[in-house]
Design a binder for this molecule. Structure first.
Ligand code: GYE
Length: 348
């Protein structure tokens, strides 16, 4: 299937790759900037005969969730298992992701895995991939394209359901505390606007909010899924509104930024404090904050999509059909649970 079949220096490719990944984990590539993988060096190696060549276009390295998601890809598509992986970090820019896809097409990879930053704007490049007969698997967030045959399938979270679950949890919690009929002022730190994770979580929560006329959404603002931006937005929220009851943070790293700003404003966190935070992702550091009561509830978003992507690729290799949409299983955590015990059995 692929146009690149011969190889010489795979070891050097691996070394460079590990080096780049260390850079990635160190956060050197976050936000803006050039490629994490130095192109000239990466291009100097080739796959082994028979390797399955996979091009992965990742969003960036904006959050703990993303780091775990990337790590899982690297641990899954290994040389030992017969994969040759070309990993491209989009540095939070759709244009970089489109460029990466075009590069994969040019190289004639066997499969493209796309974790798309936003939903729209993919029709043209996915058509190019289809014309080149390269199957595209959409992972994590979704794409919105006119012709759904432009990609093979999508594997990721049901973000709308995550948003609904958060809303239902809040309703129950307010009821438990006898606050079901009092005014509840809410602000939302939204993720990257136009991403499925943002759209789903916002809309799912809004659906539940409609059933509660006493919930006032004071304002939505994007913190772009990053701690730094969320800190600034939270500072602004605190300057603007003096009676915030609940912060909905559409990912954990933004919750970290919000907590920083709330503590600096000398407000108390937690169900009996001034402000209650509800978050999404349930990464390890956030669960420790659930344990401390600083995050009231955290709705899990499973970052380990790589094994499912591998399963799909293996099925396609065998010529089997795959389901168009596959959701990963998810749960939630709150301050009432024994987080320490739950963390023992958790890998991320
Ligand atoms: O919630 C956030 C990340 O798309 C599910 O993106 C992912 C989201 C995740 O930056 O932390």
């Amino acid at each position: 299937m692929a146009g690149i079949r011969k190889r010489t220096g795979k070891k050097s490719f691996t070394a460079i790759f590990i080096f780049c990944f260390v850079l990635l984990l160190a956060g050197c590539g976050s936000g803006t900037g050039g490629d994490v993988v130095p192109q000239e060096e990466m291009e100097s190696s080739e796959p082994d005969e028979g390797d399955i060549v996979i091009g992965i276009s990742q969003v960036g390295s904006e959050s703990d969730w993303r780091t775990t998601n990337t790590e899982a890809y690297l641990n899954t598509f290994t040389e030992e298992k017969g994969y040759y992986l070309i990993f491209e970090d989009g540095q939070q820019k759709q244009e970089n992701q489109v460029k990466a896809l075009r590069k994969f097409i040019l190289k004639g990879v066997d499969y493209i895995v796309l974790d798309p930053i936003v939903e729209t704007g993919w029709d043209a490049v996915l058509k190019e991939a289809k014309d080149a007969n390269i199957p595209v698997i959409i992972a994590d967030r979704n794409v919105l394209v006119e012709d759904e045959s432009l990609y093979i399938c999508r594997v990721g979270s049901d973000f709308m359901q995550e948003g609904r679950n958060a809303g239902e949890w809040l309703a129950k919690n307010l009821e438990l505390r006898g606050r079901e009929n009092t005014d509840i002022n809410i602000v939302t730190l939204q993720g990257t606007l136009g991403s499925t994770a943002q759209l789903g979580r916002t809309l799912g929560f809004a659906e539940v909010m409609e059933k509660h006329p006493n919930w006032n959404m004071l304002e939505y603002q994007s913190g772009d899924f990053t701690q730094a931006k969320a800190y600034e937005v939270m500072e602004y929220f605190l300057d603007t509104y003096d009676d915030i009851d609940v912060v909905i943070s559409e990912n954990d790293n933004m919750a970290f930024g919000a907590i920083e700003a709330i503590k600096e404003a000398r407000l108390r966190l937690g169900r009996n404090g001034d402000i209650m935070i509800i978050s999404f992702d349930a990464v390890r550091d956030a669960l420790l904050l659930v344990q401390k009561g600083e995050i009231a509830a955290d709705f899990e978003c499973n970052p380990i999509t790589a094994p499912l992507v591998e399963e799909i690729i293996q099925k396609l290799e065998r010529g089997e059909a795959v389901e168009k949409v596959q959701y990963v299983e998810e749960t939630y955590f709150d301050y009432k649970m024994d987080i320490e015990m739950l963390l023992e059995n958790r890998t991320y």
